[in-house]
Structure formats: structure tokens, C-alpha cells
Design a protein. Structure first.
Length: 824
């Protein structure tokens, strides 16, 4: 018989369940039917080295590929299992030999028919077991009688539309075409063999098998393997096959045919991410493992691994990157599942698609040139989806599902330019995701210009988004109607950046997040919150924990154009000065339960001056509960805003009544007074009530007889410029007697002392003064210790209160914060 016969790598497994293998076993290869099971002589594929028999399998139950000189079918036994396996190359040669025998018998029609039927039927019967197939084989073999001369025989055999070709095809159609590629061949020979096998597969409607490689072996190629034609065939390898692209930046598989399915097991290998000389997307984007190009609709790749390529898988119908959808339509119905990236710039990149499903895992890293400079103009990602252009000629993407995916140890930041979220998605209408995870990465989710998003789980642990990064671990920008869910936990032992940023032009988005920070350095400046919200009509629901140094704000609404954004039911624990801070914008709404907002300033929601229309809804039982608006009475002001010669409004939006031409403002985040005329300067916030608790935090101790109006009128009596009726607290009695005292006045008469603290009591910077007003009873406490108790029945129904500065203004007292909580 002709030979030698190549055999694929041995898989020593039980035939009933190939998942059960004979790992690290001794396996004997012998002739079928040999009761003695005598080992036969086998060679390596180049027939230069005789291989040992029995062979030893590895931990996966795999043995070597080999040649046998004469037998197309062999048996094996070992590890408790046994089976037979065939060389399809041998069967093909046998079929060709049968054709030759039939041609040689053409001299006698009757005798040739009898001999041809017998010879070919014998061969076909060894391949096709059932009787109907054998009957058909005999009928087709009869067609060989009277076949033309040897010159035209080959043409007939190669054309299965003829009866002669059909006879041969019937013998081999059950098997896939085996690509004649090898680690031992030249890159050119391998590339041509790949193209030849894929061309045959499409022409004959057969799958293509790529021989497996073992260990460090890899099949070299010298350029792209173009898959172009009718498509609709499968590419597979029995175990694992590594293909090495020797020409940068060429792809390995460039798929331009529909319905091409690349099965798991392939590894695409490149030379790494030094992209010197390749400075545009037309160049570096080509360097891919699998490129689904124009015409590849309905294609799939599963279980593909990219090593040292720019992109493991690329979806892009436009090689020029400038064609419009009218010129080059989007590709449809694609899958890229379980894609693995090992030090690629991206696992999956995509643009110009309808209906794409992806999942992936691995690491990603920056591309560079010989000078170490990023050449792509974009940071790396595990998933990178973009749109191109804008308007009627722009290219958007439609219907993307991102399934379970995992990124790790990627994008460790040096600075803001290195910030690279694992999953970056831009220009998609109709997005769903579930099972997205990242560990030790610079952010997890970066969404731009997405619409109609439905979320699943999205978790980033040990997140290292940089402190100076322009965006956040989870960022959404220029998007409409997106629903986002995410969990982010910053890495401990470092200072990392913002975890959520709802950016400009995002509209009507719902974002639900669970965030944990652990900074090592305190952050007291404005604009450093863990969450930043801008855009229009967006809603954020957040649970936030600070496990490290103190921070100014957990949630900030910050953009001069921000309008109608909502913070609903936040829960904040750890050390924050302000759980929620409305820094800029208009018509913000905050619905909150104060007991769920930990605050070092006792200010759960800080509203800066310059904002308009802010609505605070205190949902506690004392404030009406049930999401009803908080009472109009009460006020709070921390003065944490830019230095100014005017006060503006309180943090909760109350307007000050300024009396006697006073010039109150803010300086160094404290209340300051630039001028106090004769009779004193007064700043009375709106929201007053008869009874309640006033809290005063002292910033700087002054030398004047300053104090706090506890009960007075917003409009002084008798047309006076300053209060004529009041009870007030003086911080000291004189420049030399430092103890606090209560004073009263009625109808512009004499100012009288109502009560004083004990000698030796003195207010210093940083102290907290608490005044409780209950009917006629007044109690003053310093740092929680009662220092004055008094009764005043004259002024108990007056409702205005606020700071006062006596003349002269120089050396006046400065306050860190004031607050009035009305009685229930």
C-alpha cells in the first residue's frame, strides 16, 4: 500500500467520554487485529527520527503526532483504555489508487466494470459502514468504466460534479480537509497551505482541520491568511495550535467570508507592542489575531488566545477607517467569545457592527515605539468599542452584549495619561453587560455616547484609577437613557482617584454604585469627592465607604451647566466632612435620611452659594418623612466656598438678611466681616423659628464684643437700621473678661445682662457652642458642658437669629459653621 501515513497527535481517552484521559500513561501503538499487540515502528512527521513505542502521554492524555510507513489505520492501548484511529491522508491516497486501477482496466469494458466495482467498493466499505452508502459507492465506481485517458483523469477526479469525481468524493467527504502546515515549514509555505486549505474547504463544503502543535512549537506565517469567498465552514484543531505571525503589522486570520467559525484551541502569537513606524490606525490596528472584516457577517471565534499582538480579535469592516456606512455597511451577527489577551493592547476591538456578542479575559498594556512613547493615541483596554465620525455619515454600533469577562494587573498608573478602564465602550445604541470584573486595573467601565443600556454585575477590586485622572473608575459621558450598576473598591495603601463620574451632556441616566475608598492622605479641597455628577436629569443612588484618611465630600454635584440631577437615598460611612455637596448647577434634588450620612461637620448636605433651585428632602421622621420636603425652617452654613465680600445663601439655600449696612463675606472658608457700623453688623439667615438648637463652631477668636443673636426680628422695630429687641449671646464680657454672657434689650432701651458663665470659662478657637431655646428657657453649652442657664419670657416668640459683630470690625470673631435645627 502507498505511504507513509501521517497521524494527528494521539489522544488517549475513553471513546465513550473523551474528557476522561490516560494522563502520563504508557500507550502501545500496534496493528489492528494483532492479538499480541506488538509495537509497530513509528517516525516523527519529517521521518528523520524513529519515535519510541510505547509512547508516553502528557498530563492531558496527548501523545505525539507521527508517521507509519504502510498502515493508514492503527490501534492503541494504554492507561486502561484502547481504540483505533485513522490517517485520512492514507484514505485519500487509497481512493486515488482505486481510480488508477479502474483506469487501467478500461481495455475490457465488462471485465473492467467487474474489477472496478470490486476494488473501489472494497475501499469505500472500509470507510462507510452502512449498506446504503456501500451500495452508492458501487454505483459510482461503475462510472469509472470507460474513463478517458490518464491526461484527463485528474480533472475528472478533482470535479465532484462528474460521476468519476463523485466516486472519489464519496470516499473522503466524511473527513475535514487537513491543512498541510507544520512548524518545520517556511512561513511562506505555511501561509500558502492555509489559503489552499480554506479555498478547498469553501469549494467542497468541508471543514478545515489545522494540525495541533505541541509544547513550544508554532506554525510560522509571513503575512495575513486571507479567508475570502463563500465561507460557511468551520476551522478547528484537535487540541491546540499556535500560529506565529512573522510580519508586523499583518493579521493572522483576515476573515472576509460569511459564516466562518473558528473553534477554540488557536493561539495567535506576535512580536510584542513595539509599533515603531506604525503611527496610524490603518497600520497598527491590522496587527490582529482574528480580523472580522467586511463581508464576515455571521462569523464566530471562540477560545482564541492572543499573545503580544496589538489586538487579539478585531471587528472592523473598514480597512481605510474613513468609509461611511453607505459605502461599507456594518457587519452583522458576530460572536467573539472567551477571547484571551496576554500582553496585547486589547483583547477585542470593535467598530461598525450590528449584533455583536463578546466575552474575554486577560491583561492589556500600552503600545509604544522605540522611544517608549505610546503610538496609538489611546490608552489600552481589555475591550475597546468605538464609533467613527458623526452625523449622517458617522458610523455607530447597534446591539452589543458583553458577557462574563475578567481583567487583571493592567494599566498600573504612572499618571493620568495611563488611566485605562478595562471595558471602554463608545458609540453604541443598545448595550447590555453582565459579569464584568477587574482586579488591579485603572478603572473598569468607560462609557461614551451610549444609549439604552441595561446592566448586570460589574465589579472592580483593588482599583488603581489615578488620583490625577481626568475621569473615574466608572465614567459615563454624552450618553442618554443609560442604566449603570457597578461596584468599585480602591486598592489599600495608596491614594487613588474618583470612582464615579457622570460627565457633561449625559442625560436621564440612572447610576447605582457601591464604592469603597481607602486614601492614605486627607483630602480637604473641593472637587475631590469620590463621586462627581454633572449633565442633565441624571439620578445617582450610592452606597459609599471611606476606610482611610478623611475626605471632604463623598458625592459632589459640580458643573455650572448641571441641571436637575438627583441624589437619592445615599448611604455614607467613614470620615467625610460632607456626605453630599452641591457645588454648582441648578435644580438639584437630594433625598436623604440623615442617620445614614456620616459627617464630621454635622452637615449631611452642603449647598454652596451660587447654586439655584436646590431641593433637599430630609426623609427622617422629624422632618416629615416619606420623602416629603424638609421644613422651610432651620438653616446651616459652613462657609466653605471661594473667598467673597458677600455671603450669598446658606448651604441649604436660605437667604441672609443683612442689617445696618454690614459687609459680611467669606474668607478662608470662614464667616468674615469687613465693616461694622455703629450699632453693630448683623447677618440673619432665613429659616428662623421660636424654638430649637443653635450650633456655632468658632474659627478665630476676636478681641471685640461679638456674639450671636438668639432671638430677634428680621425687620427691626421703629424703622431702625439694627435690632432694637433681642436676646443675644456675647462670646466675652470685655476685652479683658473672657467669660460668655447673655444680654437682652427691649424697644431700643438699655442692654442688660441676663446671665453670665462662671469666672474662668473662656471660648477658644475650635470650640463648639450649643444654645437650646425652649419657650422661655435658654441653655448655653460649651463643648457639651452647660455654662449658662437663664429664663427670658420677653423675647420667646421672636424667630430671627444669626451672627453679630460689634464695632470696631478689626479683630472680629470668625466662625467655621452655624446651624439652627428647629424643635419638632
Amino acid at each position: 500500500m502507498p505511504g507513509p501515513y501521517p497521524f494527528d497527535p494521539l489522544l488517549a481517552a475513553t471513546p465513550s467520554n473523551p474528557a476522561i484521559v490516560a494522563a502520563n500513561a504508557s500507550v502501545t501503538i500496534f496493528a489492528p487485529g494483532d492479538a499480541t499487540k506488538t509495537p509497530v515502528t513509528i517516525w516523527d512527521l519529517s521521518r528523520s527520527t524513529q519515535l519510541p513505542n510505547p509512547v508516553t502521554t502528557n498530563e492531558l492524555g496527548c501523545g505525539p503526532a507521527f508517521l507509519h510507513d504502510t498502515m493508514p489505520q492503527l490501534a492503541w492501548e494504554g492507561g486502561g483504555f484502547s481504540d483505533t484511529f485513522k490517517s485520512f491522508t492514507g484514505l485519500w491516497e487509497d481512493a486515488q489508487a482505486a481510480v488508477g486501477a479502474a483506469q487501467g482496466a478500461a481495455g475490457s469494458a465488462g471485465e473492467a466494470a467487474e474489477n472496478a466495482v470490486g476494488a473501489v467498493e472494497e475501499i469505500l466499505a472500509s470507510v462507510v459502514d452502512d449498506s446504503e452508502a456501500a451500495k452508492l459507492a458501487a454505483q459510482q465506481a461503475a462510472a469509472l468504466v470507460g474513463a478517458p485517458t490518464d491526461v484527463s483523469t485528474a480533472a475528472l477526479v478533482g470535479n465532484r460534479a462528474t460521476l468519476t469525481g463523485g466516486a472519489v468524493y464519496a470516499a473522503v467527504a466524511q473527513g475535514a480537509i487537513i491543512a498541510d502546515v507544520s512548524p518545520l515549514k517556511t512561513p511562506l509555505a505555511n501561509r500558502l497551505a492555509f489559503v489552499s486549505a480554506f479555498t478547498q474547504g469553501q469549494a467542497q463544503g468541508r471543514d478545515v482541520e489545522i494540525p495541533s502543535t505541541m509544547g513550544a512549537d508554532k506554525i510560522p506565517i509571513d503575512g495575513e491568511i486571507l479567508i475570502n469567498g463563500t465561507g460557511n465552514f468551520r476551522i478547528y484543531t484537535p487540541h491546540s495550535c499556535s500560529i506565529y505571525q512573522t510580519v508586523k503589522p499583518e493579521p493572522i486570520f483576515n476573515v472576509k467570508a460569511p459564516g466562518v467559525i473558528i473553534e477554540p484551541g488557536f493561539v495567535g502569537i506576535g512580536d510584542g507592542l513595539d509599533m515603531t513606524g506604525m503611527v496610524t490606525a490603518i497600520n497598527y490596528a491590522r496587527y490582529s489575531g482574528v480580523w472580522f472584516n467586511a463581508g464576515s457577517s455571521g462569523s464566530q471565534v471562540r477560545g482564541f488566545k492572543g499573545i503580544g499582538l496589538h489586538r487579539a480579535v478585531r471587528v472592523d469592516p473598514d480597512a481605510t477607517t474613513v468609509a461611511t456606512p453607505a459605502e461599507v455597511p456594518n457587519i452583522s451577527n458576530l460572536k467573539a467569545l472567551d477571547i484571551e489577551s496576554v500582553d496585547c493592547w486589547v483583547a477585542v476591538s470593535a467598530v461598525g457592527f450590528n449584533d455583536l456578542e463578546v466575552s474575554m479575559r486577560g491583561t492589556y498594556k500600552k503600545a509604544f515605539n522605540s522611544g517608549g512613547v505610546d503610538t496609538t493615541g489611546q490608552p489600552p483596554h481589555l475591550l475597546y468599542v468605538i464609533n467613527r465620525g458623526s452625523g449622517s455619515t458617522g458610523r455607530l454600533n447597534y446591539n452589543l452584549h458583553v458577557g462574563p469577562s475578567l481583567a487583571w494587573d493592567s494599566g498600573v498608573p504612572v499618571g493620568a495619561e495611563d488611566a485605562a478602564a478595562a471595558y471602554a465602550i463608545k458609540g453604541v445604541v443598545g448595550l447590555s453587560y453582565d459579569g464584568l470584573q477587574a482586579r488591579n486595573c485603572t478603572g473598569i467601565l468607560d462609557l461614551i455616547n451610549v444609549e439604552n443600556v441595561s446592566p448586570g454585575t460589574c465589579v472592580s477590586i483593588d482599583d488603581v484609577y489615578p488620583l490625577d485622572g481626568a475621569r473615574a473608575s466608572v465614567a459615563i459621558k454624552e450618553s442618554t437613557g443609560a442604566h449603570i450598576k457597578a461596584t468599585v473598591r480602591a486598592k489599600a495603601g495608596g491614594d487613588y482617584g474618583r470612582q464615579l463620574y457622570v460627565e457633561s451632556l449625559s442625560t436621564d441616566c440612572l447610576i447605582e454604585v457601591d464604592l469603597t475608598a481607602a486614601p492614605t492622605t486627607a483630602r480637604t479641597a473641593g472637587g475631590t469627592g469620590l463621586v462627581r455628577i454633572s449633565g442633565f436629569g441624571n439620578e445617582v443612588r450610592a452606597r459609599i465607604r471611606n476606610m482611610g484618611a478623611s475626605m471632604r465630600a463623598a458625592i459632589e454635584v459640580q458643573s455650572s451647566s448641571a441641571n436637575g440631577n438627583r441624589v437619592i437615598d445615599p448611604k455614607v460611612t467613614g470620615t467625610f466632612q460632607y456626605p453630599v455637596e452641591i457645588r454648582q448647577g441648578s435644580n438639584a434634588v437630594v433625598e436623604y435620611e440623615p442617620s445614614l450620612l456620616a459627617s464630621t461637620s454635622s452637615t449631611p448636605v452642603l449647598v454652596a452659594s451660587g447654586t439655584t433651585g436646590t431641593v433637599l428632602r430630609d426623609k427622617s421622621s422629624t422632618a416629615g418623612g416619606g420623602g416629603t420636603p424638609a421644613p422651610a425652617t432651620g438653616y446651616v452654613d459652613s462657609f466653605n466656598r471661594a473667598d467673597s465680600t458677600s455671603l450669598g445663601t446658606t448651604d441649604d439655600g436660605k437667604t441672609y438678611t443683612i442689617l445696618n449696612g454690614a459687609a459680611f463675606g467669606t474668607n478662608s472658608n470662614m464667616l468674615s466681616c469687613g465693616n461694622a457700623a455703629v450699632g453693630g453688623a448683623y447677618a440673619l439667615p432665613g429659616g428662623g423659628a421660636k424654638d430649637g438648637v443653635i450650633t456655632i463652631k468658632v474659627g478665630v477668636v476676636g478681641v471685640g464684643l461679638d456674639g450671636y443673636m438668639l432671638r430677634t426680628d428680621y425687620v427691626p422695630s421703629a424703622g431702625a437700621a439694627f435690632p432694637q429687641d433681642f436676646v443675644r449671646l456675647n462670646y466675652n464680657e470685655s476685652t479683658t473678661v473672657k467669660r460668655p454672657r447673655l444680654q437682652t434689650r427691649l424697644a431700643g432701651g438699655t442692654i442688660a445682662t441676663l446671665a453670665s458663665a462662671a469666672t474662668g470659662v473662656e471660648i477658644v478657637a475650635g470650640d463648639t457652642i450649643t444654645v437650646t431655646l425652649s419657650g422661655a428657657n435658654i441653655t448655653v453649652a460649651l463643648n457639651g458642658v452647660t455654662i449658662i442657664s437663664a429664663t427670658d419670657t420677653v423675647h420667646k416668640d421672636r424667630i430671627a437669629s444669626g451672627p453679630m459683630v460689634s464695632t470696631p470690625a478689626s479683630g472680629h470673631w470668625k466662625l467655621d459653621e452655624i446651624r439652627f435645627v428647629p424643635a419638632a
